[in-house]
Ligand binder design. Structure first.
Ligand SMILES: O=P(O)(O)OC[C@H]1O[C@H](OP(=O)(O)OP(=O)(O)O)[C@H](O)[C@@H]1O
Ligand SMILES: O=C(O)c1cc(=O)[nH]c(=O)[nH]1
Ligand SMILES: [Mg+2]
Length: 195
């Protein structure tokens, strides 16, 4: 599956959104991939995650488990782990910091692939990888459905992206006027508890 095939799945699901979005990183963008509209369709989610699992195996070989950052990473992490035939876990924020909770754990040195939905700046991926390492896991690779940096981000381990594209994103104080004129949406979960 190449980048165009992946983007067609997003288009067909109505998940390639245009407008004015504030991203998890605080950057603003005229494009948002509303991945939940993709993952809510089991067959579509399976097509993407099976392809991602095959790419992971082809790149780093077998792993022991997949761990994802909540919320967006949970469904693709589960589906990808299913095709890797390994267990699926996730980290979630406790006092702002990603942690393994709910009885999830890793054995020291276990080979872990970190599975994300979308990568923009790689901040969430790096935070998730740090949490896995703190729990004792050996993160052999990061994987995602779409890398919006077009291969530019460095998450500290190899990043295996099913699709790679460069999408414009701007700091809040450097918005192009046509973007600033649109009402802003904040669709992610990073700032949810801050009201
Ligand atoms: O590479 P980054 O700049 O970190 O951006 C990508 C992250 O942003 C989204 O998560 P978000 O924090 O918006 O919450 P969500 O998972 O609940 O959608 C997405 O799921 C990635 O985790
Ligand atoms: O950077 C993000 O927060 C982000 C971008 C995107 O297109 N989709 C998403 O869910 N998050
Ligand atoms: Mg997320």
């Amino acid at each position: 599956m190449n980048t165009e095939d992946v983007l067609n799945e997003f288009r067909d699901a109505g998940a390639l959104r245009e407008g004015h979005f504030v991203l998890s990183s605080g950057l603003h963008s005229p494009v948002f991939l509303q991945k939940n509209l993709v993952f809510m369709d089991g067959a579509r989610c399976e097509r993407l995650c099976k392809a991602l699992a095959e790419k992971i195996i082809a790149t780093v070989g077998p792993v022991d488990a997949a761990i994802s950052p909540a919320v967006g990473g949970i469904i693709p992490g589960y589906e990808t782990a299913k095709h890797l035939n390994v267990r699926s876990m996730y980290v979630e924020r406790e006092g702002g910091e990603f942690k393994l909770r709910r009885g999830f754990s890793v054995e020291p040195g276990e080979k872990i692939v970190m599975v994300e939905d979308i990568v923009t700046t790689g901040l969430s991926s790096r935070e998730c990888i740090a949490a896995i390492q703190k729990a004792g896991g050996h993160v052999v690779a990061a994987a995602c459905i779409v890398d919006r940096s077009g291969g530019k981000v460095d998450v500290g381990v190899p990043l295996i992206a099913l699709a790679s594209m460069e999408v414009p994103a701007y700091p809040a104080d450097a918005l192009p006027p046509e973007l600033a004129a649109l009402p802003v949406e904040d669709p992610g979960s990073r700032r949810l508890s801050k009201g």
